[in-house]
Design a protein around this ligand. Structure first.
Ligand SMILES: Nc1nc2c(c(=O)[nH]1)N[C@H]1C(S)=C(S)[C@@H](COP(=O)(O)O)O[C@H]1N2
Ligand SMILES: [Mo]
Length: 312
């Protein structure tokens, strides 16, 4: 496999974010907390500023990528606020080292992975994937990650492990959104075991050739390209193999609007809007949304015989 040369980012793409003036009440609290945490503390290990060597994957789309600025400044990460600009502005308070991912439940070999050893479980790959948000926008993102299957094989799921439940860090002192009731915290997502083992499902640890920015879910997040973006849970600390279908945060918040599967499907509308088209960030005209976000050849067989209107 050829060694991939990380692209140089033009200076025009790394101009600092504008300072936004639409601060909310809770940010006053965050400012106080930030002032308090400016007191001297024990120095934690810093996150590495570069990724280990990675390879180009054959699973990448050849579509034009969104810019690094677009990908890192228009985000959903409710732990840092509900506005698309909030995560870029506020996620700097997240501490990504030390970081441990605990893998437990119905597995033969439960384990706690330190993030830096987890990176060595399998060769890292660049995967250029479309991400389609349930709200109707999409992007093309050059992730760097490893197959989720590589981690699952390491812990050996037993036959009772029919689903995989993922949990985000719970740390209200670092995550101002967790001091609000915008969702039930911590954020939880789930996959069926065959979806989790599918080669397209990855744990992303980087994008644009660099470690994952905090607003994109550092240090490790899920990416499942044929499902709506909210399934791609960020800043994961727990992965549990379970025998029952997990209840995700969005199902809990609104079970009539969000189902467990949440496969991208232009034929099944959200109760409040159509899912037939999407706006690629940076484009003016809308595009038609593709079945399974364009990954039908790879994943349609997982749902053979299922009624996708009922299993939305
Ligand atoms: N923990 C957590 N993970 C999350 C979210 C969130 O609010 N909290 N938002 C989801 C949604 S709705 C989308 S569209 C994607 C966005 O990922 P991106 O910001 O890297 O594009 O993250 C998903 N993962
Ligand atoms: Mo989303």
């Amino acid at each position: 496999m050829p060694v991939y040369q990380a692209p140089l980012i033009p200076a025009s793409e790394i101009t600092p974010e504008a300072v936004y003036l639409n601060r909310r009440e809770w940010m006053k609290g965050a400012a106080l907390l930030a002032a308090a945490s400016a007191l001297p503390t024990v120095e934690a290990a810093a996150a590495p500023s570069a990724l280990p060597t990675f390879y180009k994957s054959r699973y990448s789309t050849s579509e034009a990528k969104n810019s690094e600025t677009e990908i890192t400044s228009y985000n959903n990460f409710y732990e840092f606020g509900t506005d698309k600009r909030d995560p870029a502005e506020y996620a700097h308070t997240l501490k990504t080292r030390p970081w441990v991912v605990e893998v437990s439940g119905h597995v033969a070999k439960p384990r706690r992975f330190d993030i830096d050893s987890l990176l060595k479980l399998a060769p890292l790959e660049e995967r250029i994937y479309r991400l389609r948000c349930v709200e109707g926008w999409s992007m093309v993102i050059p992730w760097v990650g490893l197959p989720l299957a590589a981690l699952l094989k390491e812990v050996q799921p037993t036959s009772a492990g029919k689903y995989v439940e993922f949990t985000t860090l719970l740390a209200p002192e670092q995550m101002p959104g967790q001091r609000t009731g915008s969702l039930d915290w911590p954020y939880v997502e789930g996959l069926r075991i065959d979806e989790a083992m599918h080669p397209l499902s990855i744990l992303a640890v980087g994008l644009y050739g660099k470690p994952l920015p905090k607003q994109n879910g550092a240090p490790i997040r899920l990416v499942v390209p044929w499902k709506y973006g909210f399934k791609s849970i960020k800043s994961i600390v727990k992965i549990r193999l379970v025998d029952k279908q997990p209840i995700s945060s969005w199902m809990r918040a609104n079970p009539t609007e969000y189902g467990f599967y949440s496969n991208v499907n232009p034929e099944v509308d959200h109760p409040r809007w159509s899912q037939a088209s999407e706006r690629r960030i940076g484009e003016f005209l809308k595009r038609k949304t593709l079945m399974f976000n364009g990954y039908a050849d790879e994943v349609a067989s997982l749902y053979k015989g299922m009624d996708l209107r009922r299993n939305f």
